[in-house]
Design a protein. Sequence first.
Length: 160
Amino acid sequence: MAYGTGKAFNHMTILDGGSGQHAGKVGEMVFAQWMIANDIQFAWSACDKGPVDFSVMLDSRLVGIDVKAKERNVPANWEHDAHVLADQGRYVCDIYVFCNVTEHQPTLMGWCGKKEFWQKCRRVKKGDAEGAFVEHADAGKLQYKNLRKMEELIQYARMD
């Protein structure tokens, strides 16, 4: 089953015909379910096409969370990369949550603060090749194994 509008969601869409929308919506859905299961109150704002997908009140301040989902044809692997487009580094956002989607099955891989992500990531340029894969756009990449565990986000969300 494919979800999408057949067109770019916004100016940052890099896959033809908005094909990445499916993974993005699945990632948002599984993260929302995860927050509900962990009794974390949130507001979903992805439909507004803004810089974040969710807003959460953490430590008496509103925190913006952007879910980054990647559809792959292989199961989740800790050696794979979390990926954020370089242009999104300037967006107002506090936390990235990463999701791997394989055959419509989502796996939350972890999270990272925006500042921490951009300090630790390796930067790639559009056209760079890694094996058979060629980068679609300038981006930052960080292996899933270097992300914070989802349980740490629960602790962070419950800090008083």
